[in-house]
Ligand binder design. Structure first.
Ligand code: ADP
Length: 225
């Protein structure tokens, strides 16, 4: 699903964020990405989403060479990737329903279809009964679940989550991980960047570790390097 081949990323400042990174994430896997602050986790995610481009090497996503995806192809490519952020980036002047509907509206779905899909996504995260509320009236954990519903409403094959439990207490973090595990069991590939070593330890999934822009362990499916 995701393959990095000898990927390096140097920003214009001269900072080398990733150095000769090689790894493979198979379709249907759930993988944790970990490493110290500044290790290169966000840069790696941005390369997958085409928010940044490698300075060297090749990034393949879904069998496609991403360096060949340009212009209007980028928006089309991103439609198959759901993204969850720590600060969930919800619109507080719209209802929960409207927040989740946004990606479908952008993608040009029909109104009836939007209603069906949004309710299915809200049902999965246990928030169907709050669809008319404004997200500002929800707790932090509920807001994060709205963000997750929005990320999966399009039924993307791949979900990327960057510190999705960063602001949450351990119990809510575990709930969010249970949700991710359920999506994974339905076939979604997940890559979750987190500092939370305790949480990772309990999940029993592959851990891809970065330090100073290099992969230090977990590069291949099925365990060690
Ligand atoms: P992490 O997500 O693991 O904290 P990042 O990928 O954000 O790591 O950062 C990796 C390195 O690249 C850090 O040294 C950071 O300062 C640098 N960096 C990240 N983004 C940029 C940018 N847009 N311009 C210049 N340097 C950057």
């Amino acid at each position: 699903m995701i393959r990095f081949e000898n990927v390096s990323k140097r920003y214009d400042t001269g900072q080398e964020a990733l150095s000769r990174v090689d790894f493979h994430i198979a379709r249907g896997e759930m993988v944790f990405l970990t490493g110290h602050s500044g290790a290169g986790k966000s840069t790696l995610m941005k390369l997958i989403m085409l928010m940044e481009r490698p300075s060297h090497g090749q990034v393949l996503v879904g069998g496609r060479q991403t360096n060949r995806i340009r212009g209007a192809g980028i928006a089309h490519f991103r439609r198959d990737i759901g993204v969850v952020f720590q600060n969930h980036q919800l619109l507080f002047d719209r209802s929960v329903f409207d927040n989740v509907a946004l990606p479908l509206q952008v993608a040009g779905f029909q109104v009836g279809d939007i209603g069906r899909r949004v309710r299915a996504a809200l049902d999965k995260v246990g928030l169907l009964h709050k669809e008319r509320q404004n997200p500002i009236t929800l707790s932090g954990g509920e807001q994060q679940r709205v963000g997750i519903a929005r990320a999966v409403v399009n039924k993307p094959a791949l979900v990327l989550a960057d510190e999705p439990t960063g602001n949450l207490d351990p119990e809510l973090s575990a709930e969010i991980m249970t949700l991710f595990r359920q999506f994974n069991e339905l076939g979604t590939t997940l890559v979750i960047a987190t500092h939370d070593i305790d949480l990772i330890g309990r999940m029993n999934k592959r851990v891809l570790s970065l330090a100073n822009g290099r992969v230090t362990s977990g590069a291949a499916p099925g365990g060690s390097q």
